[in-house]
Ligand binder design. Structure first.
Ligand SMILES: NC(=O)c1ccc[n+]([C@@H]2O[C@H](COP(=O)([O-])OP(=O)(O)OC[C@H]3O[C@@H](n4cnc5c(N)ncnc54)[C@H](O)[C@@H]3O)[C@@H](O)[C@H]2O)c1
Length: 327
């Protein structure tokens, strides 16, 4: 059996990835290391928890001794790092935990992986850093796109900490030869996402007939991907991503926040006046948009889930799984 170490596997994308990956790769045992912060929830893995191919370790990626122990015990050939503090608003009120987990945690994983993997000459090893389009900063027009070699100009403590991690991964790749790949994905949506994020907040507020808060004038534009399309791209990067490279992952499905809230309300047959404008977030980026030509052309990846269908399925999931988000 082959071994993959997943960090942050009890979170939104991590738990979806574990289900996706284990179902399709039966020759893998997956070690899931998660600190179980407020964002981690083992209920998101309920049908996987008892699988003999899933080993859960309750632990912090900043704990060098523990990470080293896990690396020595299991000898994973692949590490995929989802573990992070991930909410922009929280990074504005408490930036330091973002620097700690997102930068120092990534550094800890890299140091440990470097120590163990260098003994085997890095043969067959891969480190995949799950990053974000937010590291590029904001596009202040409706026509440009970010490419993999665009400038990194993060505007929030969250995106700055993710950019710091990306630079550390790059440095370890260049200085020590760690076979590392960085993915930068647009905004994800789908089942098991914490209610603090825009789409689940909109759906769950509407389901409770509560106002949906929208920052500023609601004209901020985001590019959206269903989490399972992100998982398929990450799986492709694990097996075929070229070490030392960055890959953008996007769909081209761009929407402003008002339109998105309106679509949620329409799907749920709720009144549009549930939309409430609130004071804007400081440093709120106007638009994110990626060119994803590289992963499409070089690795043949394509997203499969249309935004209309994916949003409808996601709304249905929150309707059908109230115990997950209300419990
Ligand atoms: N959600 C998105 O739209 C999006 C888009 C692009 C990239 N990303 C990136 O994908 C990754 C996963 O995002 P998500 O939305 O699933 O986040 P999430 O907040 O839902 O999950 C994060 C997980 O990491 C765990 N964690 C936090 N600190 C830890 C630590 N020190 N040690 C071990 N585990 C720790 C949490 O318990 C949680 O299970 C993040 O790195 C994020 O930056 C997210």
């Amino acid at each position: 059996m082959r071994i993959i170490l997943v960090t942050g596997g009890a979170g939104f994308i991590g738990s979806n990835f574990i289900r996706y990956f284990l179902t399709r790769n039966k020759n893998f045992i997956l070690i899931n290391m998660d600190k179980l912060t407020y964002a981690g929830n083992l209920k998101s893995l309920k049908e996987i928890n008892d699988s003999p191919r899933h080993h859960f370790i309750h632990g912090d990626i900043c704990n060098y001794e523990l990470v080293n122990y896990v690396m020595r015990k299991y000898r994973p050939e692949i590490i995929i790092n989802f573990a992070a503090e991930s909410h922009v608003d929280r990074s504005i009120s408490n930036p330091s935990i973002f620097a700690e987990t997102n930068i120092m945690g990534t550094l800890t994983l890299l140091e440990s992986a470097g120590r163990i993997w260098s003994k085997q000459g890095y043969k067959g090893c891969k480190f995949l850093q799950v990053s974000t389009d937010e590291v590029y900063g904001s596009i202040d027009n409706n026509t440009d796109y970010f490419f993999e070699d665009s400038c990194i100009q993060p505007n929030s403590p969250y995106s700055a900490s993710k950019a710091g991690a990306d630079l550390m991964v790059r440095a370890f790749s260049r200085s020590f030869g760690i076979p590392a790949v960085i993915s930068r994905c647009c905004n994800n949506y789908g089942p098991y996402q914490n209610r603090e994020k825009f789409i689940p907040k909109g759906i769950t507020c509407a389901l409770r007939n509560e106002p949906i808060p929208i920052y500023g004038d609601g004209k901020n534009i985001r590019e959206w991907i269903h989490v399972l399309d992100h998982c398929s791209a990450l799986t492709r990067l694990i097996f075929y991503g070229k070490p030392g490279e960055v890959y953008n992952i996007g769909t081209g499905d761009e929407l402003d926040n008002i339109e998105l809230a309106q679509r949620i309300l329409t799907d749920l047959e709720k009144p549009q006046d549930l939309i409430r404008f609130v004071n804007d977030r400081p440093g709120h980026d106007l638009r994110y948009a990626l060119s994803s030509r590289k992963i499409k052309n070089s690795l043949g990846w394509m997203p499969k889930i249309s935004f209309e269908e994916g949003l409808h399925q996601t709304i249905k999931w929150y309707k059908d799984n109230r115990d997950w988000w209300e419990g």
